[in-house]
Design a protein around this ligand. Structure first.
Ligand SMILES: [Zn+2]
Length: 108
């Protein structure tokens, strides 16, 4: 489904499904912020408040925590949102005509 880390292919390489409908926009980033990044930052703050470690501990612990909680979940969440877009035929409210004009013929 992906060409690069987050770039979606034009078509599914297995069944040929046109991914023209796929546009999760900033949805993956929002979910990452809400469910992964905020707990990660709270963990780092609690580490500082409760243990007052030296700066290198924050570098050794905080940096991996931030990377793991922000970068790693992006791709599966984007895949999940595209799948949800497909199964629910989701589109922005009130844009059915615009959608049809922009995506003529490639709606699933
Ligand atoms: Zn497919």
């Amino acid at each position: 489904m992906f060409r690069g880390f987050l770039t979606i292919r034009d078509h599914c390489e297995v069944c040929g499904l046109d991914y023209g409908f796929a546009d999760p926009a900033d949805g993956p980033a929002v979910f990452v912020q809400l469910f992964a990044c905020v707990p990660g930052v709270i963990f780092i703050l609690m580490l500082e408040i409760m243990a007052r470690p030296p700066w290198w501990v924050h570098l050794a612990v905080g940096l991996p925590v931030v990377m793991l909680t922000t970068v790693l979940p992006l791709r599966p969440i984007k895949g999940w949102l595209v799948a949800a877009q497909f199964t629910t035929r989701a589109q922005e409210a009130g844009t059915a005509d615009l959608w049809a004009k922009l995506h003529r013929g490639d709606r699933p």
